[in-house]
Each structure stands twice: as C-alpha cells, then as structure tokens.
Design a binder for this molecule. Sequence first.
Ligand code: TK8
Length: 345
Amino acid sequence: MLAFTVACGGEEINVETEEASGEDDESLDAEEVEGDNPDAQTLRISVGINEQHPLYDSAIHFGELLTERTDDFNVEVYHSAQIAADLVATEMVQNGDLDITITSTSPVMNIIPEYGVFDLPFVIPDEEVADEVLDGEFGDQMLDILEDQDLVGLAWWENGFRNLTNDVRPIESIDDLEGLTLRTMETDIHLDAWSEMGANPTPMSFDELYTGLQQGTIEGQENPYPIINLEGYHEVQQYLSGTNHVYTPYIFLFSKQIWDELTPEQQDAIAESAYEAREYNREITRDVAEDSLEELQNNMEFSEITDEEFERFQEAVEPVIENHSATIGEDTVNDFLSAVEEASD
Ligand code: TK8
C-alpha cells in the first residue's frame, strides 16, 4: 500500500493505492506487447481510464511502434488505475517504481504548480489551437520543466474538452449550477472555477468517481465525451451539457531514473514512438468523441449552451486567472495566453 497526502482546496486529501507488483501478478489485467527477445526489458504503463478508452488503445499502439523499432523492450499497459490513480502513478514514475504513466495534466499541478496553467477555464477555444500551443514552443517549455522533478515528458496526447453531467436538472444557464455538488479533479483551479460559477465542488480522485456518482455523494462531474460514455456515467447521470469549459491534455511521462539508465539509442526509440503515437491518439480520440456525443444524446438529456450563456460562464470565471497566477507563475500564465492568442490568429 502506498499512501501520501496532497493539499488541495485548502484541505488535505489522503491518497492511497494498492501498489501492483507488476509482471507476475495474475490478478491484474494488462495488454502485453512483446517482441521475440527473451531478455527484453519490460516497460509498464499505467493509465487511469478503462480499456475501452482510446488512451488505452493508443498506449498499446505506442508499444507496437516501439517493439517494431527495437527488440530491447516489451510493453505492458495497465488500465483502470490498477497500478495507481494518476497522481500516485506520477509519484511512482518520479521515484522510479513505474516506467510510464499517461495522465491528465491537472493532478500533476500538485507536484509542479506550473501545470495548473492548462486548467484555466475557457482559454483554449478549439482543438486546432490546442495542438498548435502544445506542439509549439510553449508545449516544449512545459515538457522541459519536468526534468527537475525526475520526470521525462515525451509527448502531448489528448483527453479533450470537458463537459458537465449531473443527475439533478438540465444545466442550460449558469444560474442552474447554484449549489450543485460536483466532483472536480484534484486541482484548486477547477475547485475555484466551479465555486465562481455557483456550484459546490469537491476534489476526488478519478478512480472513486463512478461510485461517488452512483451513491449520490456528488450530483455531477465533468469530463470529455469519450470518458463520460465509455466509463458509463450515463448509467448514473441523466443530464449532459455541452460546456466545453476547459481542454485537458494527456501527458506521456517517463521515469527519469529509469531513463538515465538507457542508451541514447533506446531513449530515441522510446521518444520517437511516444511522439509518433500522438497523431494516432489524437485522431482516434476525436473520432471517439464524436461518436460518444451521439450515443450520449440517445441516453441522456443533452443541453447546448447558447453563445449568450457561454459568455456568462466566461465572465463568472474571470477572477480565476488572477487568483491562481501567483501559484502557477505569472510568466507561465502569460506565455500560455500569448501562445493561445498567436495560435488563434
Ligand atoms: C483518467 C483521468 C481522467 C480525468 C479525470 O486517468 O480525472 O477526470 O479526466 O482522464 O486522467
């Protein structure tokens, strides 16, 4: 059992996980991508979402690309936080106890405050801008700062634009949010944003979310369409709103301690495979997002947010950038806003 505490929303959250011992644990369900080399080194990847989600498939695709490039490695992909939920998995990668995790950037802000920049709401307007910002100088700069924290950031993959679900009423206007209890990721910025919008948010690790919704501990949550659909939140939530309030990247994190033991050729093979799999990941994630929305519209009551209402949401969260600039770092916030502006032209 691995346990530690993170501070979020002025409260301490206890994070616990059953640490998986890996290879020989028959109780774990993983996809193995293997070459012919019996002496190959096994790289374990942990993802928090389930095996239906395009992230899992993309991680397997990474394994295929890597084993085509070299027979030095096998890859094992573990889904559904079997090894650990995002934040703990990231800590394990830092400590050299796990090779790779592909996580939302949001929990990473508990380790590297600059990573909160991606949580500022209503900044990235569409996927084209997201790609340009992440693939450009700003994205590189954000990858570079990981190294001081014993992490090697290899590629930006996609979680996507987040949308709101709940089980109380249709949310069409910001006024409808009043008092709604919402799960947010473990980031102060999302907590603050939803408080500014009038809801009653609470931070929770992703692996507790379905049960929280099912048991009614919380009334709503927000995630991209593929997650809402493939994790089955429509089974326990009736209403869906197209809020598109923030874009969450997935980041491919490799353990620096393990990385430093590899040869430059091995490092290149891994880096190139992670980078190459990015295109595949974005493509399938976007396809699945479209299909997921269609399916969700059949299973939930869907509300579009009118342009007028969208502006009211945006106005309500204006203080959030100012409130969190000092924590994230003024320079990082300004670089991010400039990169988005440039990409939007
Ligand atoms: C899955 C999480 C998830 C995130 C969340 O591991 O916690 O709501 O959107 O994707 O990273």
